[in-house]
Ligand binder design. Structure first.
Ligand code: BG6
Length: 474
């Protein structure tokens, strides 16, 4: 079997602005949702504070100071052989509060310089418009994405940057991992996806559906607008795909897995098909949820379907309805529980390692939408040890190689149309989930620890040479 990828395959690396840039209050940047998240730890949640509180540790404020190191970092990306680099535009650099009419020129200039530097090095920018960086003011003043005004603010922001960078950026994505928030039960997810915090008595599920739907409407409007700005734009969605398997072949386990997956597919079904799926309509009716959507908005969904499906893949999950198996309850299918899959191992953070799950995901998603796919995140968060100035990380190479092998099968055996692969955290960065620095994904090590100490010096890990060779050999 040919283990090759298409000639123009986008081998790359991915980060997000708030996890690398730092410079959180430089050049008139405003406060974002990520700027009020403190450092947690492995198994300890990050705190979301009301504004910035003196004396707390906010790891995104400095991150790895990519804002001032990007030239040096891009030189390393070039040496690595990257053909694409995925990052996001930090909304609050462009509109510090989110509801201004006029953008902040210093913020626009920063991304002009960044994209120029990438293009000069033959690296294609792949840009996410909203990667957990919603202006904090939009929470304080409007309550986040449950408020329909945020649709207009997002469209205005997107129009501004798509117009400015129309000749520099071709690949766009609207909302990062929009389906993280799916069940509305995790504060970190509803906060980062939607700038949404709940009060006592709120119906979390209904409010999250409303916020998510508003984002889908905003996204569709931006897809249409983007194509008017430049017909060559490729505008995708960005999903977190965690395939959930039935634990047993008991038919009710299978049905539970279908319902759990529906909840996640809800977002890409609308992004790709432009209509609200029947299973969601029925669910809302049964629950008595009145999710607001106008005729004009329904039309917008139809007219703004995406060009490709961008997604992250890290792990799989499993569910069961069997009474004698221990697990955690879920909202999507009350009789079912999430359980640990005994057939796969897990990372130090409990993320279940399942390379075959990537091939499975590529298959089911391609069959579902028949659109090109783009793996824009995949990777292994691990503790690295610096020994004699070197980082030996065979565990990372092993994880990535096994996933790439499955990707090759999906392309060469199953016929999946795959545009590219940008593994997560090409350079070490602040973890989204825990706020740690020491949950490392990179091929490039950054000298900084969880407490924020370190020189920020960059260092190539063993995996750097491995990925470099893999890209060369395609
Ligand atoms: C995805 C996000 O959830 O996974 C990234 O898009 C995030 O922002 C990545 O960093 C890995 O998660 P974590 O919690 O290990 O940083």
């Amino acid at each position: 079997m040919a283990n090759k990828f298409p000639k123009d395959f986008l081998w790359g690396g991915a980060v997000a602005a708030h996890q690398v840039e730092g410079a959180w209050n430089v050049d008139k940047k405003g406060v974002s949702t990520a700027d009020v998240m403190t450092a947690g730890a492995n198994g300890v949640a990050r705190e979301i504070t009301k504004g910035i509180i003196e004396g707390k540790n906010y790891p995104n404020h400095e991150a790895i100071d990519f804002y001032h190191h990007y030239k040096e970092d891009i030189a390393l990306f070039k040496e690595l052989g990257l053909k694409a680099f995925r990052t996001s535009i930090n909304w609050t650099r462009i509109f510090p509060n989110g509801d201004e009419e006029k953008p902040n020129e210093a913020g626009l200039q920063f991304y002009d310089d960044l994209f120029d530097e990438l293009l000069k090095n033959n690296i294609e920018p792949v840009i996410t418009l909203s990667h957990f960086e919603i202006p904090y003011h939009l929470y304080e003043e409007y309550g986040g994405f449950t408020n329909k005004k945020l649709i207009d603010f997002f469209v205005h922001y997107a129009k501004t940057v798509m117009t400015r960078y129309k000749d520099k950026v071709k690949y766009w994505m609207t909302f990062n991992e929009i389906n993280n928030q799916a069940d509305g039960q995790h504060t970190l997810h509803t906060w980062t996806n939607s700038a949404l915090l709940f009060e006592e008595g709120d119906n979390k599920e209904a409010l999250t559906f409303q916020a998510g739907l508003n984002e889908l409407i905003a996204s569709a409007k931006v897809v249409k607008l983007g194509h008017e700005i430049n017909p060559d734009f490729q505008i995708g969605c960005m999903m977190a795909y965690v395939p959930v398997y039935p634990y047993s072949c008991n038919p009710s386990d299978l049905m539970a897995s279908v319902k759990v997956m529906d909840r996640r597919f809800f977002y890409s079904d609308i992004h790709a098909r432009g209509i609200i799926p029947a299973y969601a309509q029925k669910y809302w009716e049964q629950k008595g949820y009145e999710i607001e959507i106008t005729q004009e908005e329904r039309q917008a969904l139809k007219e703004g379907t995406v060009d490709y499906i961008g997604f992250s893949y890290y792990m799989s999950g499993a569910v069961t309805t069997l009474p004698d198996v221990a697990g955690d309850e879920i909202t999507e299918f009350p009789e079912a529980k999430v359980i640990l899959n005994p057939y796969v191992s897990a990372s130090d953070w409990g993320w279940q390692i399942d390379p075959v799950g990537l091939r499975y995901t590529l298959n089911i998603v391609y069959e579902r939408y028949n659109l090109p796919l783009f793996i824009v995140e995949n990777g292994f968060g691990a503790y690295d040890k610096l020994e004699d100035g070197k980082i030996h990380d065979p565990y990372r190479i092993d994880y990535l190689q096994k996933h790439i092998d499955q990707m090759a099968l999906a392309v060469n055996v199953d016929g999946v149309d795959l545009m590219g692969y940008t593994p997560w955290g090409v350079i070490d960065l602040v973890s989204f989930g825990s706020g740690e620095m020491e949950k490392r994904y990179g091929f490039i090590y950054v000298d900084k620890d969880n407490a924020g100490n370190g020189t920020l010096k960059r260092l190539k890990k063993d995996s750097f040479a491995w990925y470099q060779k893999l890209i060369q050999e395609n």
